[in-house]
Design a protein around this ligand. Sequence first.
Ligand SMILES: [Zn+2]
Ligand SMILES: [Zn+2]
Length: 386
Amino acid sequence: MKSRIRRARAGFLLLLLLALSQAAGCGNFITGKSPEGSQAVREYRDTNGETLEIHFMDVGQGDATLIRQGNHAMLIDGGNNDKGTVLQSYLQYQGVENLDYVIGTHPDADHVGGLDVVLYKFSWDTVILPDLQKDTKTYQEVLEVIEDKGKKITYPEAGDVYTLGNAEFTVISPTGEDYGDNWNNYSVGILLQFGENRFVFTGDAEEEAEQDMIEENVDLSADVLKAAHHGSDTANTMAFLEEVGPTSVVISCGEGNSYGHPRAGAMNNFRSIGAKVYRTDEQGTIVAVSDGTEITWNCSPSESWKAGEPLGAQGAEMEKAGTDYGAGKDKGEAKNEYILNTNTKKYHHKSCGSVEQIQEENKEYSNLTPQKLEEQGYEPCKRCNP
Ligand SMILES: [Zn+2]
Ligand SMILES: [Zn+2]
């Protein structure tokens, strides 16, 4: 009897995956350009609630993950400002009508930028944000929609448990530590469980926050880890990876991004724990489906092990000299050169007086257009108005 159920379930999974991969081609099905595919996805929707679907959406440099369990759904992050309508189409395409939870891991634009559109266009129950007061325009737009809808924000505490249909998730960060101005470290992290399968998401939490999660002494072991901070080497420490022990790691980052994500150090760590790596910059939207015991993917793991290349001072110089630095042409380079503060996420004119105050470790040069920079979460300096 049990084996028959299993076989039926396997058959269903196969159909679902077939449908998903047809729609996806393991590529950019977030653009939703395949009407046949969209029908197939709807036809094989799991309305019986036997599976958990995780859609690591390709939103370029940023994060956005849709999780579905039966008729329940949640969204973790919403990509950059220009991704709001893309997310809206994707969610509609998937037949999502209500989001049980919307989590904005932290106020950075590459995480909460598109959330205002989603919160405005869809019905939702609970919005979870870290308890940080930030006055960036992007973040204020999110807060305004919540207020307009007459709802309250839920501030998470490590240990809080929420249910999503037959799945549940536990908040693992922030743990209440003070990280000063490093917003990344206040990221809302969760451990999602469905049957025996477990998934860990930590937003952009960096080394200090990873250490604090370990010190909480909760079981962080999981099958799948969404790489922290787009595969940065300021996160994804060996200590944390050993604690989670994932068999698969998913990296969400933009093709040819100027941060050089994923960084070689992080890639080496993933490799050394023997994890399979999936990445949105190479594979587009990635879908994992769990039946509670096994996890199936809509594409094969990436074999490239290719690290990103940061477009810092050196990169800008090389690009000016006409050297192909891997960022490619037609990616929005401008003639102007800007100075980035990677900590405050502001960009400045070279002549701006604030530039002198930027610490060397947070300073980067860029010749991307303001539009591209804003897509990557940067905001213009109010003093020099670049
Ligand atoms: Zn980020
Ligand atoms: Zn961030």
